[in-house]
Write a protein that binds this ligand. Structure first.
Ligand SMILES: C[S@@+](CC[C@H](N)C(=O)[O-])C[C@H]1O[C@@H](n2cnc3c(N)ncnc32)[C@H](O)[C@@H]1O
Length: 217
């Protein structure tokens, strides 16, 4: 089973906010663009799983914007799970956050039948084999016709697209040579190898990308 990596020195910054809530400036910046993509692709009903929910800022907004889905946030870090629950107070379509190591083989058995699975900003913090495992597990956790959304920074055809991205990718690899930005073509291949069709690839603000896929059967 894959052991989670600690890259907190170079990524995943969040600061204390009100009560148990943490505040990630990056999540506040990208939540509008992410919710626009998800509003356009969300199924009409069912269960939604968020992988690596972080502070909970995303799921709190998504659950309000997409009220027809019942949201299950997940996160490795217990302090972040408490933050997610603090953001979810008074939002009745969010379940309490549960622990999920998304790079562990077999997690899909506990999270079957998802209408939607979304993940933001984790694939660059794990290795390629771990990213493949995560995508394969997500494919198996989806219900037939279920939708997978992946968001974050990626290489385009092997290249970074800005100085900031080149420097962040290098910083990640200096900290842990196995991690770093994944290539957009690899993501598409791993999606298709996991029994999903690619629905849309979207250029997002600040050089990020969204991939939307659908489980075939
Ligand atoms: C950069 S943060 C992104 C958080 C949130 N999705 C966002 O975009 O604001 C990465 C998150 O992934 C979590 N994480 C790291 N390794 C993980 C793993 N193997 N499985 C699940 N979550 C993981 C960290 O605890 C952290 O909250």
């Amino acid at each position: 089973m894959s052991k989670p990596r600690d890259l907190s020195a170079v990524a995943s910054f969040a600061q204390p906010a009100e009560g148990a809530q943490l505040y990630a400036p990056s999540a506040a910046k990208n939540v509008e663009a992410i919710s626009e993509v998800l509003c356009a692709h969300a199924p009409d009903s069912g269960a939604a799983l968020e992988i690596a929910s972080g502070t909970g800022q995303h799921v709190a907004t998504l659950a309000m914007r997409i009220p027809q889905l019942h949201w299950q946030p997940t996160e490795l870090d217990p302090v972040r799970r408490a933050s997610i629950d603090a953001y979810a107070t008074d939002i009745n379509n969010i379940a309490p956050a549960v622990e999920l190591n998304a790079t562990a083989v077999g997690w899909h058995t506990k999270h079957q039948g998802q209408a939607l699975i979304t993940l933001a900003n984790l694939l660059h913090l794990i290795s390629e084999p771990e990213a493949r495992t995560l995508i394969a597990e997500a494919g198996q956790a989806l219900a037939p016709q279920g939708v997978l959304h992946l968001y974050g920074p990626f290489l385009r055809d092997g290249e970074t697209t800005s100085e900031g991205d080149t420097s962040f990718h290098a910083k990640l690899q200096a900290e842990d040579p196995e991690v770093g930005y994944k290539d957009d073509w690899d993501i598409i291949e791993w999606i298709q190898a996991s029994g999903m069709d690619l629905v849309e690839v979207i250029e997002m603000p600040a050089n990020n990308m969204s991939f939307v896929a659908r489980r075939v059967f």
